[in-house]
Design a protein. Sequence first.
Length: 151
Amino acid sequence: MKELRGTAGASVDAPLERAQALLEAVDGYPTWYPEVVKQVEVLERGADGPPQRVQAKLHFAQGPIARDFRLLLAVAVERPELVRLTRIPHEPGDPERFEVTWRLARQTQTQTRIDLELRADLDVPRFVPVASIGDSLARGFVAAAVRQLTG
């Protein structure tokens, strides 16, 4: 089991409500970050529409080593400042963990601060170096969200 940790943040020229809508629509992630989020299937939606439970296929690569992960994720939304994606274990005692937490803060009417924290314990071969993967993944997610919001 390897521990991944990462953080990243940026200010974006987009209203908080627009940023919140982008980040809670988890099924749209493959369109704006296809390098990592290969597929998202919504299994359950909340009464107000956003996904609550999804099956996701994520692709992680470090140099010549790449691996795909299929994760069952719970999606928790606390409007207007938080979206959290948490891996649902397949069976009791399953040690793998994956959690992405997006935090949003209104800076002005048209500018929003986006911060992401990634925490994971994943079954990765021992020879795979993971020291910089967490921050790299976090930066990639934030940069992709900023591109989508400003593009």
